[in-house]
Design a protein around this ligand. Structure first.
Ligand code: HAM
Length: 434
């Protein structure tokens, strides 16, 4: 038997959770004025080299790269920001009269990582990206957007970690201070850190192998090397978060694993007891240079992405109840003439927005009735020889425990009437009209 590829998974039983998460994403995005965009799952490899960065783990070890049949270098998208920015430039979205321009996306990303709990090779992200504002209020707004999704899903035990890398000048000063500080310890650090010391020393700060090394614990903090303007930007972001009472922790070692960030960076984490070391459910930050780097006009931007699989684990652990699946009508059918009649009844009901289901295999009424219970049906309609002859069906209202004889022509209005009527026994159940 051919099995699924390592690091991928099939969504079967959990689909209701994914649908719930996606519904909340759509609602919250509306609240914040972000509109959905969809862009390709594969792009020219160069896009990711120039944006995410040659020396990042993602580009150096994790991308799915291949040459297509015409010999073009192609990469399956490992994240959404690069594709979003490419689409922003290519479609001249920057020329929109609406400012800032705010977009979101939901879809699969691909990274060749070592699979473990909360880490897959194909995973799904929900990302939000806002273009066209330098203002610190926009950074806080984007964090509030992410935080509101968490509130909408009623997740608790959440921590927002925030830091700033500053702009070019601050980053340069900080890099110098950090390399000077790390230089006497470089032989004690892991191979990756030795390489990063030459190419991207900031990344040493979030090395999982060396995280407890004294040189990393006592490393200088970016905020101490920041220009006044950049420090003010960061302080204002924090003040805006305070006004919304969004709790956060300033985490001086937070640098993020992608090269395009400037100024604010942030991550949202859940407790390690839920997801182990892969407990970051959302990561993001400002990237004021990326649009220009990729050939567009100078445009500031800030955004984030959630990992949906990790959100799902947090959601399940919080005992969030997704509504039980149900159907309005289940048909019990016996005989050939009854098959035809049931087909026409179901068609009429579905056109009118009533959910119907049936098992077309030859089965006893008893077996079909069992199926109606599995489907959590509010009504059962019985169609046999007698019903066909009398042009009247038997309608059982499972909720009210009543049985009616209903002329075929009156089935649809009768069901609509019963569905919309408030019943004494169950005011809050799912079986309301559509
Ligand atoms: P990232 O930190 O690489 O950032 O990924 C964002 C989130 O995607 C992570 O916090 C995690 O929840 C999820 N994630 C990442 N890799 C995996 C994996 N292998 N399996 C399951 N979940 C995973 C970005 O991708 C940036 N584009 C975020 C951003 C948007 N920054 C600005 N705008």
């Amino acid at each position: 038997m051919i099995q699924k590829m390592k690091g991928t998974y099939d969504i079967t039983d959990d689909i209701a959770y994914y649908q719930l998460i996606e519904k909340k994403i759509l609602n919250v995005s509306k609240l914040f004025g972000f509109t959905e965009v969809r862009f390709p799952h594969f792009e020219a490899s160069e896009l990711f080299h120039r944006s995410v960065g040659e020396d990042t783990d993602i580009v150096s070890k994790e991308t799915y790269d291949f040459n297509d049949r015409a010999g073009r270098a192609v990469t399956l998208r490992p994240e959404g920001t690069a594709g979003m920015v490419r689409a922003y430039i290519e479609n001249k979205l920057y020329a929109s009269p609406i400012t800032p321009q705010k977009y979101f996306y939901i879809g699969s990303m691909f990274r060749y990582e070592r699979p473990q709990k909360g880490r897959f090779r194909e995973f799904r992200q929900f990302g939000g990206e806002a273009f066209g504002s330098y203002h610190p209020q926009m950074d806080a707004e984007v964090i509030a957007y992410a935080y509101t999704l968490i509130k909408a899903l009623k997740l608790t035990g959440i921590n927002v970690h925030i830091n700033s890398l500053g702009g070019h000048e601050s980053k340069k000063l900080y890099k110098e201070a950090l390399t000077t500080h790390l230089s006497p310890h470089i032989d004690e650090l892991c191979q990756d850190c030795k390489r990063r010391y030459q190419t991207n020393p900031l990344r040493i700060l979030d090395c999982k192998v060396d995280q407890d090394h004294i040189a990393i614990k006592e490393a200088p903090k970016p905020l101490d090397y920041m220009t006044e303007e950049d420090a003010t930007h960061f302080n204002q972001v924090c003040e805006y978060l305070d006004t919304m009472a969004i709790p956060y922790t300033v985490d001086h070692n937070l640098v993020r694993g992608l090269d395009y960030y400037t100024h604010t960076v942030f991550e949202i984490k859940v407790s390690e007891s839920l997801l182990g070391s892969q407990n970051t459910i959302c990561g993001g930050g400002r990237y004021n240079d990326l649009v220009e780097t990729l050939g567009g006009p100078k445009t500031p931007a800030v955004g984030f992405s959630f990992g949906l699989e990790r959100l799902l684990v947090a959601l399940k652990a919080s005992n969030y109840k997704v509504a039980d699946d149900y159907t309005h009508v289940y048909m019990l059918i016996m005989g050939d003439a009854a098959r035809k009649l049931s087909m026409s009844i179901m068609h009429r009901l579905r056109i009118g927005g009533i959910m119907c289901d049936a098992d077309f295999n030859e089965k006893s009424f008893k077996a079909q009735f069992k199926q109606s219970a599995h489907k959590n049906a509010r009504f059962v309609i019985i169609v046999g020889d007698e019903e066909v002859k009398e042009e009247t069906i038997t309608l059982k209202d499972q909720q009210e425990g009543k049985e009616l004889k209903v002329p075929v022509d009156a089935v649809y209005p009768t069901i609509v009437d019963l569905l919309t009527k408030k019943t004494s026994s169950c005011d809050s159940c799912n079986h309301k009209g559509e």
